[in-house]
Each structure stands twice: as structure tokens, then as C-alpha cells.
Ligand binder design. Structure first.
Ligand code: NAD
Length: 355
């Protein structure tokens, strides 16, 4: 089981170190190799995704990824910015299906920004298409002087685009995931305004005919954003495009108490996957030892389940995380009165001990 470890920037190195500790405690035959990515790779090699890092990732069964990004790189040309590394990995490895479960652990009900009765028992799965949409559409660019529609004006543009096969394959992923859950899929679009998402809706409906056992409904993204905070438990599986999925999954993360709790898996057609917390590099708290490592540790559990075929080890990690939460241990982001505040390192150690 070959794992490429790409810690990245900011809190990435701190949280990945804790996940590695947990993986090592399982005593399974992992081969782990670490490489630079993001701002750290740019600083050392002049590129956020050096060839050697990409090669390591391609040859691995799975990639454990921390986070990339730092404000100090905000003025770099776009193709050299740290965030391009994650887009490059997704594109190069064909990681089109992003799974973001949002589960509200019983012990964290009070850490949610919503009333306990709205989130207690919450268990939804957001499936975000990851290699299409406006993040990858061409043409994109900036014009300082244009003729035609806005003569002489400055403008910037990105193109929203989806092909039929791209929508079909993510729809299949969603319907198949729903079969293992409560058999409901909500497809989120903006078909009332965007041609791309009318097409999305039509294709998802067509694929849905092959899954008569699954109830499919469609919802506009603005309504979905509202329903997620009004009655989140109404959802089971949500499937949506790259940009809407990006935004809705961050929104859903707060229902669970903190973005520091939310793992993710990004898979390609052969189940090779990249596993990372849903949050970014959090430069505001980097180096302080306060970041929550649980999203990364739970991402490692998803890695064992989806790419390494180690279901029982995945369950052991998830049970260990529940156990530390039951013990009342909390990093700052999920701390509430009456619980014990711990550092990133102490949280990792507690999970290892619980294992
Ligand atoms: P962020 O997710 O890094 O942080 C948002 C807020 O959540 C911050 O207040 C942060 O302190 C907090 N937070 C995040 N993770 C936490 C954790 N594990 N424990 C406790 N608190 C946590 O988002 P941002 O501030 O918008 O972006 C920071 C950088 O990360 C940017 O450069 C952005 O581009 C990048 N980013 C990278 C990824 C990725 O690597 N996949 C994803 C999102 C953002």
C-alpha cells in the first residue's frame, strides 16, 4: 500500500503529522513517501506541483494531502500560485468525484452554529464534481481593452462548461452511493438561469431512469443553500457541480461544528484517491499548534476504506475519534465550556491512545 504524503503549507504540515502518527499506530504494511507541494514546493523548486511530486502521486495507491496556500503568494501569477497544485493533481489523476460527508457527532451538537435539534443525527453526503465547471472551463482570462459589448472597458471572464460524459459519470457515482444509504439524491443546479445547469439537470434525470429504486429531486443552488441551514436533515446525498459543491460543502461543514472536522475523498475511475481535509491551510492559525487534526485523521480513514481496501482499520480510526470526543477532548475550534482544550499534537496522541 503505497501512500504519497503531501503536507503542503500552513497547518498542512501540523495536521498531516498527526494523521501519519495514527496510520503508523495501525501497524499495517504502508509505504509512505513525502513530497513538497503548494507554496512550499514553489519556494524550493519554483513550481507548486513539481514533476517529482506529480510522479510520486501518480505512482501511489493513495495520496494523503494537507492543504496549500499562503497569503504571501497572492500576488504570484495564477499558474504559480499554491492552489494550482491541487487543481493540477485533480486534473492529472482524473479525480472527478469528491465525497464530502457532513456528520454531526453527538458530542459536538453544541459546537454547531445551528440549534441542536436541527443538527443532532445529521449525516449527509455531498458529492461534488471536481474536474469540470467554471474552475476548468476555457476560455478564461482578462482583457484590459475590449471592443464590442463593452468598448474600452476592462473585463475578466471564466467559462462555465460541462460535457455529457462528465455529468453522467458523477451522476452514476451519486446514485450508487445513495444505494448504500437512504436511497435519496438531490441534484443541485441553477437551471433557471444557466444553460450549463439546465443540461446538468437533463442529464442527471436521464441517468436517474437507470436507478428506479432511488428517489431523485432537483433543487436550485440558492434554495439548497437556504435549506441546508433551515432543515439540513432533509438531505441525504447531494450531487452538484464543482463551484456549487465547493460552496455548499463549506456551508455544510459548519453544521457539524467546525470545518476542522470535515474529511474528503477525491476518486478517479480506478479508485485511486486523494484524501484531504475540506478546509484550507488556515494561515491565521498556522504554527500555533491549535489546528484541529481530526478532519485529516478522518480523511486517512476514508483512504483506508476507498483506496486501500482496509474497512476494519477505517472503522477503528472512526471509533477512536468518537472515543476522544466522548472523553471531552477538544481543539480550540470545537471547544465549549466543560470540555478539555487540547493542542493539535495532544489530539493526535489521544486518537493513537484510543486506537
Ligand atoms: P481555510 O479553510 O484555510 O480557513 C477558514 C477558517 O477556518 C480560518 O479561520 C481557519 O483558522 C479555520 N480553520 C480551517 N481549518 C481549521 C482546522 N483544521 N482547525 C481549526 N480551524 C480551522 O480557508 P481560507 O482562510 O479561506 O484560505 C486559506 C488558504 O487556504 C488560501 O490560500 C486558500 O486558497 C487555501 N485553501 C486551500 C484548500 C486546499 O488545499 N484544498 C482549500 C481551501 C482553501
Amino acid at each position: 500500500m503505497k501512500i504519497a504524503v503531501l503536507p503542503g503549507d500552513g497547518i498542512g504540515t501540523e495536521i498531516v503529522a498527526e494523521a501519519i502518527k495514527v496510520l503508523k499506530a495501525l501497524d499495517l504494511p504502508f509505504q509512505m513517501e513525502t513530497a513538497l507541494v503548494g507554496g512550499a514546493a514553489f519556494a524550493a523548486h519554483g513550481h507548486p506541483l513539481p514533476d517529482a511530486t506529480l510522479k510520486l502521486a501518480k505512482e501511489a495507491d493513495a495520496i494523503l494531502f494537507g492543504a496549500v496556500g499562503d497569503w504571501k503568494y497572492d500576488n504570484l501569477e495564477r499558474h504559480l500560485r499554491p492552489e494550482q497544485a491541487i487543481l493540477g493533481l485533480r486534473k492529472n489523476l482524473g479525480l472527478f468525484a469528491n465525497f464530502r460527508p457532513a456528520i454531526c457527532y453527538e458530542q459536538l451538537v453544541d459546537a454547531s452554529s445551528l440549534k441542536p435539534e436541527l443538527v443532532a443525527g445529521l449525516d449527509i453526503l455531498i458529492i461534488r464534481e471536481l474536474t469540470g465547471d467554471i474552475y476548468f472551463g476555457q476560455p478564461r482570462g482578462r482583457r484590459t481593452s475590449v471592443d464590442g459589448l463593452f468598448p474600452g472597458a476592462e473585463e475578466a471572464f471564466d467559462t462555465m462548461r460541462y460535457s455529457k460524459p462528465e455529468i453522467e459519470r458523477i451522476a452514476h457515482v451519486a446514485f450508487q452511493a445513495a444505494r448504500k444509504r437512504s436511497k435519496r439524491v438531490t441534484s443541485v443546479d441553477k437551471a433557471n438561469v444557466l444553460e450549463t445547469f439546465q443540461f446538468w439537470k437533463d442529464v442527471v434525470s436521464e441517468v436517474g431512469k437507470q436507478y428506479p429504486d432511488i428517489a431523485l429531486d432537483h433543487m436550485y443552488v440558492d434554495n439548497a443553500a437556504m435549506q441546508l441551514v433551515k432543515a439540513p436533515k432533509k438531505f441525504d446525498v447531494i450531487v452538484t457541480g464543482n463551484m456549487f459543491g465547493d460552496i455548499l460543502s463549506d456551508e455544510a461543514s459548519m453544521l457539524t461544528g467546525s470545518i476542522g472536522m470535515l474529511p474528503s475523498a477525491s476518486l478517479n475511475a480506478s479508485n485511486q484517491g486523494l484524501y484531504e481535509p475540506s478546509h484550507g491551510s488556515a494561515p491565521d492559525i498556522a504554527g500555533k499548534g491549535v489546528a484541529n487534526p481530526l478532519a485529516t485523521i478522518l480523511s486517512a480513514a476514508m483512504m483506508l476504506r476507498f483506496s486501500l481496501n482496509q474497512e476494519s482499520a477505517a472503522q477503528r480510526i472512526e471509533a477512536a475519534v468518537q472515543s476522544v470526543l466522548r472523553q471531552g477532548l477538544r481543539t480550540a475550534d470545537i471547544y465549549s465550556e466543560g470540555t478539555t482544550r487540547v493542542s493539535t499534537l495532544e489530539m493526535g496522541n489521544a486518537v493513537v491512545k484510543a486506537l
